[in-house]
Design a protein around this ligand. Structure first.
Ligand code: PRP
Length: 177
């Protein structure tokens, strides 16, 4: 697995520091609001598990599972494999994501969740690739803004592999090319 990695983009230590910083920010903003931290499966699982432990306030967790059909800018029909389990009407919801790329996933998810009338809805993403954006979505909390490189690890996959790497690395082009 390691020999498929060209370079380490973000080390375990850098990610850990970032999670601590984001966690502190969210803990301050959401103290006494009993927020729902909502993870979008599957890429978020590692970040999610670290984040909720970095936010020592009363909160609840939930997950949704979606995948997109088709390619290209406007074809982003999403299939929901799993919807929210907690009724989010009137709740303060924070979406946790591993990466904001084209924005197609989050734009549909945000519209879907807003229809349920949460008290507030914010987005926290570990990684942001603004150069790839197609849909007008911005995150409220961003861990790292990164260049357009093929990243894997810490939950992010290529063909379902590499999610269990403890750091974020750039995949060698011959692997995905
Ligand atoms: C990844 C990632 C985001 C989405 C971002 O999920 O976890 O949800 O892509 O891309 P976008 O901004 O271009 O929509 P993916 O669909 O690969 O599923 P996974 O989380 O199960 O790996």
């Amino acid at each position: 697995m390691m020999h498929d990695i060209e370079k380490i983009l973000l080390s375990e230590e850098e990610i850990k520091e970032c999670v601590a910083k984001l966690g502190k920010q969210l803990a301050e903003e959401y103290a006494d609001k009993n927020p729902v931290f909502l993870g979008i499966l599957k890429g978020v699982v590692v970040f999610f598990a670290d984040m909720i432990r970095a936010i020592p306030i009363r909160s609840e967790i939930d997950f949704i599972s979606v995948s997109s059909y088709g390619m290209g800018t406007n074809s982003g029909q999403l299939k929901f494999h799993k919807d929210v389990s907690i009724p989010i009407k009137g709740r303060h919801v924070v979406i946790l994501e591993d990466i904001l790329d084209s924005g197609n996933t989050l734009s549909h998810v945000v519209a879907h969740l807003n229809a349920m009338e949460p008290a507030s809805l914010k987005i926290c993403t570990l990684l942001d690739k603004p150069s790839r954006r197609e849909a007008p979505v911005e995150a409220d909390y961003v861990g790292f803004t990164i260049p357009n490189e093929f990243v894997v690890g810490y939950g992010l996959d290529f063909a379902e592999g590499y999610r269990n790497l403890p750091f974020i690395g750039v995949l060698k082009p011959e692997i995905y090319g």
